[in-house]
Design a protein around this ligand. Structure first.
Ligand code: DC
Length: 221
């Protein structure tokens, strides 16, 4: 049977629960989950490993041309090495916004992401998916939560991973700073498009959010 490809686009700020929800929706609908943030994180990892200043655009663009980034079965590969764990470290979260604000970086990543969506049915999350990467997606969602709730989630996540030297206040300050860079940058700032359904996860369980998205999609397919 020739099944039509479907695309689900999700945008929202850090810690809103996008990736957890999108991963579950992908399982339920048996489609591919693409975490676009992981691609910016992988490049950030390479930049830091090479002792490049995350604000040095020239050097970052130079290293980008010698970098291979790919996503396969939910795993992110940097120069063919799986870096799923390393990209989640707090040092990456703190620096990734600077790298994601560079036009040349975004152009390359957007191209890679659009290619992935041409081959398979996907659910993709990030900051510019509904606006730039998949503006014609079949379904669009803006997933968010209050700053307090998002900071609490990130703090808990990092504590569970055994990250040292963190406090709730520091994590909240990082999240506010990241929100501001992501939403105010010149190129593809984070915003809700009029045709995206707003999903506030502050007082909802993951399963409730998954059900909202899945039932929306099933109404139509
Ligand atoms: O979702 P995340 O925390 O893994 O995203 C990491 C960073 O990458 C975040 O600061 C925003 C940026 N990003 C982006 O600019 N565009 C995307 N499509 C995905 C992430």
């Amino acid at each position: 049977m020739n099944k039509r490809l479907i695309s689900i686009a999700i945008d929202g700020p850090a810690g809103a629960g996008k990736s957890t929800i999108a991963k579950r929706v992908a399982q339920v609908l048996e489609i591919e989950y693409i975490d676009t943030g992981s691609m910016y994180r992988a490049l950030t990892l390479k930049v830091l490993r090479n002792n490049i200043d995350p604000k040095d655009e020239k050097k970052i663009i130079e290293i980008l041309s010698k970098t291979d980034i790919d996503i396969k079965n939910n795993h992110i590969y940097l120069d063919e090495v799986n870096v799923n764990e390393e990209i989640r470290e707090n040092i990456i979260s703190k620096n990734v916004s600077y790298i994601a604000a560079i036009k040349e970086v975004r152009d390359i990543m957007v191209g890679l992401q659009q290619n992935l969506a041409k081959k398979k049915s996907v659910i993709m999350d990030g900051r510019d998916i509904t606006t730039v990467v998949l503006p014609n997606a079949d379904y669009k969602f803006f997933v968010t939560a209050s700053v307090e709730v998002r900071s609490r989630r990130r703090f808990k996540e990092l504590l569970e991973k055994g990250e040292a030297n963190i406090t709730f206040e520091k994590i909240m300050a990082d999240i506010i700073k990241r929100d501001s860079i992501d939403s105010n940058r010149e190129i593809s700032p984070l915003m809700k498009t009029p045709d995206s359904l707003l999903l506030d996860t502050s007082d909802k369980s993951i399963e409730e959010c998954v059900d909202i998205i899945v039932s929306r999609v099933k109404e139509v397919i």
